[in-house]
Write a protein that binds this ligand. Structure first.
Ligand code: FMN
Length: 173
């Protein structure tokens, strides 16, 4: 059973997961097939008076091309110390070569507000409608340290802002 949440209710679980083994970002490709990629960078907050989830995806990722054609994404947060192997797999293999969801034995379930599915085995879910895509470029940075450290190979992130339409968690009560 899923319990509906206000967008910021389980920010603690999200923050721990992002700074630990990561969370699953699910996006549909142009043929409507779901790909899961592990992300460790992301933020949740208010923009344009709406609750949003912001993800940063490098140009080289297969997910990058999916995000360009898709209208939505879901963020799926595993419970503490679960799905570690699956997170590593989805964070090191590419959906351009392999169906990662099937390879990991993960279960996709229909979302309620968007056409991108969620991963059922996760404890917390965010359904997001894409509002903005912004490709970052060298000129956008005021810190040369960050450029040196993270963008030596010119593989800049695209910043994607999704409005959180719905969030819910596994009801453990
Ligand atoms: C813990 C972890 C966090 C990651 N965070 C990000 C991220 O925030 N943004 C990103 O572009 N890649 C990130 N990656 C790398 C991608 O998950 C990885 O390149 C993946 O294979 C890309 O999958 P895709 O080609 O199917 O999109 C992360 C990997 C791991 C293991």
């Amino acid at each position: 059973m899923k319990k509906l949440l206000s967008w910021s209710d389980r920010a603690d679980l999200l923050a721990k997961a992002l700074s630990g083994d990561g969370v699953f970002l699910v996006v549909l490709n142009k043929d409507g097939k779901a790909n899961a990629m592990t992300i460790g960078w992301g933020e949740m907050g208010i923009v344009w008076s709406r609750p949003v989830f912001i993800v940063l995806v490098r140009h080289s990722r297969y997910t990058y091309s999916c995000l360009q054609s898709s209208e939505s994404f879901t963020v799926n947060v595993p419970g503490p110390n679960t799905l570690k192997e699956e997170l590593l797999f989805c964070g090191t293999k590419s959906g351009s070569d392999i169906d990662k969801v099937a390879a990991c034995g993960l279960t996709l379930a229909a979302s309620e507000e968007v056409n991108t599915p969620i991963i059922e085995e996760c404890a917390l879910h965010y359904e997001c409608r894409i509002l903005l895509r912004k490709q970052l470029e060298e000129v956008d940075f005021s810190s040369s340290k960050i450029l040196q450290k993270y963008y030596k190979e010119n593989d800049h992130h695209m910043l994607v802002i999704g409005e959180i339409l719905l969030s819910y968690a596994e009801d453990t009560s």
